[in-house]
Write a protein that binds this ligand. Structure first.
Ligand SMILES: NC(=O)C1=CN([C@@H]2O[C@H](COP(=O)(O)OP(=O)(O)OC[C@H]3O[C@@H](n4cnc5c(N)ncnc54)[C@H](OP(=O)(O)O)[C@@H]3O)[C@@H](O)[C@H]2O)C=CC1
Ligand code: HEM
Length: 472
């Protein structure tokens, strides 16, 4: 989860292969897989300890008292807890508790409904690592320090097992003729030197350095909020200015350009985490934004980033398909803007843009940009460059974009959800023997459907490569 490091590797073209860049984009999925693996193996680990507790009692050894955790054979309760296991026991319970909190708060429903709970609980990872490093400090795990003078299996007069050993030995020696090794001294055991820190400290230091860098970078100067625009369907556009902040298309919604140094984000007011709720809600009313912005003094806003985004890759295919669901259009807005500024500089030769919304009004968020790009491409004699398909999923009532200046959009508007298979077939037919980059940002259902279609690869002549933008 070292986002800045990943962004650096991804964006600096140090990683030249697209395959490796796509792999870097899967860092979050890899992280979740590691997290779940930690949880599964913690369950295995704790279960093994429970089995061990029984073993301590049942297999109490009179021969090696230094190794025993139980005080006598058959001990059922541990009223007088051995100090060797007291510390690992307490820290172990704390580790399980922290992990349980992190695991449950990381579930999709909590992340979506209350991101704050997820975020603050997740930051317990630092507590987790610190406890993990001291977990073995009690010295319960021991090794034998005098193997030369007391080799395993040797026999000693003082040991109770001597008689058994001798009996077995004599019998064996008689048959095989092998002599028995006699112990020169009692077995001695010493606790292991704790080694967890060896495995954990390097990644932990790397991550802490990354967080420190991010903190310094984001708090160096707060951003200046230049404008706040209210869009239909509870969407707010913030235009900001920050010196030295250089996002690339796909990372924010409008990127800084030569003429306009501001960058922007579009936010849908949802859940408890959106900037709108944290920053503006106490003083503002979304329906009265202009008044609100004129009178309220905005708190200081710091921006962490920019971070790499799979949508940056749109330009690196000859043919790309961008699919947006609702507010998921934001990463593609900047892509469209970049094409509007100069589409000739990119490898991209054709862009399919599919946008599904529940509300007709949502299409107005970027209606000017879409129409502007369409007109520009027609002027530049490339009408085939951009293929726009808008889908209105809400089928109730007669709805259309009536404004004359948005005629291009109204002619591209279809009612109902898209038929993904047909869209893929159509693109496959028009781009045979090509590799098509598929980009998706929106509800899970859409990305699942597209991912499945890309993997099933029904068009042998066209390869579809799936790239997903993940927001939760
Ligand atoms: N808050 C923010 O600022 C940002 C959020 N996001 C992410 O964008 C996502 C979308 O947000 P939101 O605008 O609320 O989305 P909506 O819930 O409004 O859904 C958008 C559209 O997608 C359609 N849809 C859903 N599933 C499918 C499917 N399987 N096949 C075809 N169409 C489908 C919906 O159709 P129907 O009406 O039939 O359900 C709807 O028309 C969220 O997951 C969020 O994480 C991304 C960028 C920024
Ligand atoms: C149990 C399963 C886990 C799940 C499902 C999970 C999920 C996530 C998700 C989704 C993010 C990204 C948050 C975002 O982008 O907004 C994240 C970030 C992170 N997680 Fe986990 N996680 C899990 C376990 C763990 C564990 C066990 C640790 C460490 C002990 C950990 C440490 C982190 C860290 C350090 C970040 C990065 C925060 C940042 O810099 O933005 N996670 N996790």
């Amino acid at each position: 989860m070292c986002r800045s490091l990943l962004t650096f590797l991804r964006g600096s073209q140090r990683v030249t292969g697209r395959r490796v860049r796509r792999l870097l984009d899967k860092s979050k999925t890899f992280h979740v897989a590691c997290g779940v693996t930690i949880c599964i193996f913690s369950v295995v680990h704790v279960s093994a300890h429970l089995v061990n507790m029984v073993s301590f009692s049942v297999r109490y050894s009179e021969d090696f008292p230094g190794l025993n955790v139980a005080q006598y054979r058959g001990q059922v309760t541990h009223t007088d807890t051995h100090m060797d296991i007291f510390f690992p026991g307490v820290t172990g319970v704390l580790l399980v508790l922290v992990l349980f909190l992190m695991f449950t708060a990381s579930s999709y429903c909590i992340r979506v409904s209350s991101y704050e709970i997820f975020w603050y609980t997740h930051n317990l990872f630092i507590v987790f690592y610190v406890i993990l490093m001291v977990h073995v400090a009690g010295g319960a795990l021991k090794y034998q320090s005098n193997v030369e003078t007391h080799p395993p299996g040797c026999v000693h007069n003082n040991l109770s097992s001597w008689t058994n050993h001798r009996a077995a030995g004599e019998k064996g020696a008689e048959s095989s003729g092998a002599p028995q090794t006699v112990c020169q001294e009692e077995a001695r055991f010493q606790p292991h030197f704790p080694q967890t820190w060896l495995w954990v400290s390097a990644p932990l230091c790397l991550y802490c350095a990354e967080r420190f860098y991010r903190f310094i970078r984001s708090s160096a100067a707060p951003v200046t909020i230049v404008s706040v625009v209210s869009h239909p369907c509870s969407v707010v556009e913030l235009r900001m200015l920050k010196s030295g902040f250089k996002p690339r298309p796909g990372q924010v919604s409008p990127c800084p350009t030569g003429k306009n140094q501001t960058f922007g984000i579009h936010l849908r007011v949802l859940g408890d985490w959106t900037l709108w709720k944290c920053v503006f809600l106490p003083t503002c009313n979304i329906s009265n934004l202009t008044v609100c912005c004129a009178f309220s003094s905005h708190p200081r806003v710091h921006v962490d980033g920019p971070f790499g985004s799979p949508s940056e890759e749109v330009f690196n295919y000859e043919v790309s398909l961008c699919v947006a669901g609702g507010i998921g259009v934001t990463p593609f807005a900047c892509v469209l803007q970049a094409l509007f500024d100069d589409w000739r500089q990119y490898k991209l030769k054709r862009l399919y843009f599919v946008w599904v919304c529940r509300d007709l009004q949502s299409f107005y968020w970027f209606a000017d940009l879409l129409c502007g790009l369409h007109e520009r491409l027609w002027r530049d004699n490339r009408p085939d460059y951009l293929n726009v398909q808008l889908y209105l999923s809400n089928t109730q009532g007669l709805q259309s974009i009536s404004e004359e200046r948005y005629r291009f959009l109204s002619s591209r508007l279809r009612i109902g959800r898209p038929k993904w298979k047909l869209i893929f077939q159509e693109i496959g037919r028009a781009n045979q023997l090509k590799r098509v980059g598929v980009f998706c940002c929106g509800p899970k259902g859409i990305s699942k459907a597209l991912h499945t279609l890309c993997n099933s690869n029904p068009h042998t002549e066209t390869a579809f490569e799936y790239n997903k933008e993940s927001f939760s």
